[in-house]
Design a protein around this ligand. Structure first.
Ligand SMILES: Cc1cc2nc3c(=O)[nH]c(=O)nc-3n(C[C@H](O)[C@H](O)[C@H](O)COP(=O)(O)O)c2cc1C
Length: 433
């Protein structure tokens, strides 16, 4: 009998961008992706299933790495266009009551004061359900939109991000929790004794503060991070509360989690306060046969649209994969972008990488709800926690329903995921188990 209780999150791939426009289940009005409705629908459905959070991916450029051209990315609606996630996140938070919404914001694109203010506001309007997916940027094209010739060196981006988080946390803490008294009789709105400048003078950033807004319900919105490289792991272990990761085997999941927890203890943190969430894209259907058939359809789609995936690999690594023959093993790759991805691609053929996708090699997440639920529970027992981040390349309403009304109830019957929220704030629900 599975023992380990775990958390569920959803990864909104391709951010606030077009979803399912080539899918049979893409819906009646493909142009409606610019409206918040799809993502509001997603947040509401996952709240019904008592998910911890929805994480909205983001990147800030029309890529041109693949074949040194925008062509493939625009023709296929790949990794662009994307509207600003910080515009849809408040609407999703407004239309829900308990689920957390984590917005991606980059430390090489935002200024610490602006980011502290934005995340503070999201936390206020949601009574403590806001999170920040901290990214340091990866593609040179993104950096070129912000006045730089190219991205800062990989590890230096994490150095900068260390100081960035220090400033942001100081600003979040610049108002004491009871500073805002609002006492008309005393004629006092806020107690000046309880609001302090931060006078931050650092290697990369300067900010006087205080924040121009009172302390938010969580005080610190939840920090989410996805560092896979050695430097990225250390960064995540120092600052992140939920760490999202892509692993290709149960063994890799366990090694990653144990390493992060060990490093977190080294920073004096309680390892149980870090929730590792692993990416999966389960295929759910009424029968095992139907699910297998959909798996075959997904593989055929990948084979047919291999360019789509090669262009995506090119964007995240900054390496143009159109130069490599599909069935020849890749050389040892280095990247100033997603270092762990480049390392994971090295020595494999581009076709194998595309066809394997993000599926776990040694766990079978294709089948009926009960079958897949049992597999997921077994994986969590083997890894020790802390949860899964569900993703759907097509993000169709059909898939959302299969997960919310099919898979999740099966997991609830096994007693490994919550049936209802324990608390109202995101951090408290993450720390509930
Ligand atoms: C599940 C997941 C979600 C991610 N979301 C984003 C994102 O929204 N925007 C972004 O720029 N990078 C995103 N990344 C990339 C990470 O922030 C990071 O750059 C990447 O994992 C490589 O880290 P590394 O260079 O330390 O190996 C994501 C990575 C993963 C695994």
């Amino acid at each position: 009998m599975a023992q380990t209780p775990f958390h569920l999150g959803w990864f909104v791939m391709k951010g606030y961008g077009p979803k399912g426009w080539r899918s049979q289940w893409g819906g009646p009005n493909l142009h409606s992706w610019v409206k918040p409705d799809n993502l509001v629908h997603l947040a509401r459905e996952l709240e019904r299933a008592a998910f911890d959070y929805v994480m909205i991916e983001d990147s800030n450029n029309v890529p041109y790495t693949y074949k040194n051209s925008h062509e493939t990315y625009l023709r296929l609606g790949l990794d662009s266009p994307k509207l600003d996630p910080s515009v849809v996140a408040p609407i999703m938070l407004r239309e829900t009551k308990q689920i957390g919404v984590i917005t991606t914001l980059s430390t090489t694109e935002y200024n610490p004061f602006l980011l502290a203010r934005l995340t503070n506001a999201l936390d206020h309007i949601s009574d403590g359900r806001a999170g920040w997916n901290l990214v340091t940027g990866s593609n040179d094209g993104g950096a070129q939109n912000f006045g730089y010739d190219k991205q800062f060196p990989h590890d230096e981006r994490y150095e900068m991000a260390d100081e960035f988080v220090e400033v942001v946390q100081k600003l979040w803490d610049s108002w004491e929790a009871d500073a805002m008294v609002i006492d008309p009789e005393r004629g006092m709105f806020a107690d000046p004794e309880k609001v302090r400048p931060v006078f931050h003078e650092g290697k990369y950033f300067r900010s006087r503060g205080p924040l121009s807004a009172p302390r938010s319900p969580q005080g610190h919105p939840v920090i989410c991070q996805a560092g896979g490289s050695p430097r990225g792991r250390t960064f995540a272990a120092r600052w992140a509360e939920t760490i999202i990761a892509s692993a290709s085997s149960v063994g890799q999941m366990k090694e990653f989690r144990d390493d992060i927890r060990r490093q977190a203890a080294g920073f004096g943190r309680n390892p149980d306060h870090l929730k590792l969430m692993f990416l999966i894209a389960p295929i759910i259907a009424e029968t095992m046969e139907a699910a297998r058939a959909r798996e075959q359809a997904r593989l055929a789609e990948a084979e047919e649209n291999i360019e789509f995936y090669l262009a995506n690999m090119s964007r995240v690594t900054g390496i143009d994969f159109s130069q490599f023959p599909l069935d020849e093993k890749l050389p040892e790759l280095t990247s100033n972008g997603h270092q762990s991805s480049a390392k994971g691609f090295s020595g494999r053929t581009p076709r194998d990488i595309v066809m394997q996708g993000r599926a776990l090699r040694d766990a079978d997440l294709v089948g009926t709800p009960d079958y897949v639920a049992a597999q997921m529970a077994e994986v969590m027992d083997a890894v020790g926690g802390d949860g899964f981040l569900i993703m759907d390349p097509d993000h169709t309403r059909r898939y959302i329903t299969e997960i919310a009304d099919g898979l999740t109830p099966a997991l609830q019957r096994l007693g490994v995921v919550r049936k209802k929220y324990e608390f109202t704030m995101l951090r408290d629900n993450l720390l509930a188990f």
